[in-house]
Every structure is written in C-alpha cells, then in structure tokens.
Design a protein around this ligand. Sequence first.
Ligand code: TYD
Length: 256
Amino acid sequence: MSRRTKIYEGKAKILYEGPEPGTIIQYFKDDATAFNAEKKAILDGKGVLNNRISEYMMLRLGEIGIPTHFIRRLNMREQLCKRVEIVPLEVIVRNIAAGTMSKRLGVEEGEVLPRSIVEFCLKRDDLGDPLVAEEHITAFGWASADEIEEITNLTLRINDYLCGLFAGIGIKLVDFKIEFGRLAVDGGHQIVLADEISPDSCRLWDRETNKKLDKDRFRRDLGGVTEAYTEVATRLGIIKENGNNSNVVSIVKNED
Ligand code: TYD
C-alpha cells in the first residue's frame, strides 16, 4: 500500500492511483469528523462497514441503471473505481426535516416534507460547504445547466430507490448527501454517481423508534456509532446476525 501513489486524502477516505489507467482505489478510513473537522475521532471498524455498505448501495443502484464510478470491492477497506472529475457540489436530498434545514428554516426536526427537496452545496470546506443556487452553479461554471438537470434527475431516481430499499428494512431515509463525477467517454463526458453512500452521509432513523442509525450518533455524542452502522449492515443482509456487535465488527474485519 505504501508504494501506491496517493492522489488525495480526505476526512474519511484516501484515494490512490488504480492499477490501470482511468481507475482509482478508494480506501475507507476509521476516522470520523464532524462540524467541518472540528470534532474528530477514530471509530474502530467504521471504514470496513462503510466500504461494505457503499459497495452494496452502488451495486443495487447500478442494477436499476444508475451509472456509478464503482467497479468492484478489492478487500475489506478498498474498492476499485473509475477515475472521474468530481463535480464540486454536494447534492443533498431531504425527505424529512433535520440538521441544517431545521436550523436554517425553523422546520421542526422529524417533520415529513411536502415533497423531496434537492439542495446543492459548494464543495469548499474552507467556506463550510455553503448552500448555492443553480444561478451560482452555472454563472461560476461549476456545472452546466444540462449537467444540473442530469444530476437532479439521477438524484431523484436514487432517492426513490433508496427510500424503498431502506423502508424494506424498517429504516426511514431522512436525508443524504451524494456526489457526482464526469466520466470521460467517446470524447465527451457522462455524469456518474461517485464518492460513497454510507451512514456517514445519510440520516437513517428506525421506523418504529426513530433511533438514529447514522453519523448523528457521533455528531451528537449519542455513543454506539459503529454498533448502529453494524445494525444497518446487518439489516441489509451484508453481514450475519450476531447478538454481540463487537463480534460482528471483528467478523467483518477478518472476512477478507
Ligand atoms: P445537513 O443537514 O445539511 O448538514 P449537517 O449534517 O451538518 O446537519 O446534512 C444533510 C445530509 O447530508 C446529512 O445526512 C449529512 C449529509 N452531509 C454530508 O454527508 N456531508 C456534508 O458535507 C454535508 C453538508 C451533509
């Protein structure tokens, strides 16, 4: 691993050059950050769980015709992906009010929204990922109007599919963040889903109890973060049922 060329190190993942041109390797770390990296911790096993959960999401979305950067999982912490140029936007979908939407607009957390809402934030940690309008995106050339339309259409399909997938395992998909990339094809570009979909980037609440099964457990010091991620992976059928959560994580770790 040390001989590989590192392309980029983010808060929760490291990107390395892949074995063939046009590929990269995503390495999932155990590092957790929140509030623009003001709060930090190492959560043992989180990277393993997110690698598996994100693989599962990308594969299921690929099956319904969503183009993704995902090629295959390599081992417990790494996946091989197509190299794309990341569109510098965080695309957020909200089905139920929570987080910054509740704070910004005074909508009570937990209120079901009249329809799913897609928001765009500029990917700029130094500015705190500010919310931007399509006007800003096209005026500053972060994406074209056609790309925004394609991204919005794909995002709504992804949201519909994931809402159903999570409903099937007794989980409400409150909101989530996704990123897209431009994949070079035949002299042009295709917009594809990139990055990851995991409990780090989603709000997931148990349907019956509203128990949080996502990164809010870390943000709000609720404890049991990897246990919650393990529960999501278990309900998805990615890892086997086991009474002892720490055992489940060790099973995942030793699996590959
Ligand atoms: P949001 O409520 O905007 O922000 P916060 O998480 O700070 O309260 O987040 C909406 C969803 O998008 C939530 O599931 C977390 C996810 N998200 C990220 O994963 N990364 C980000 O940089 C942002 C802004 C949101």
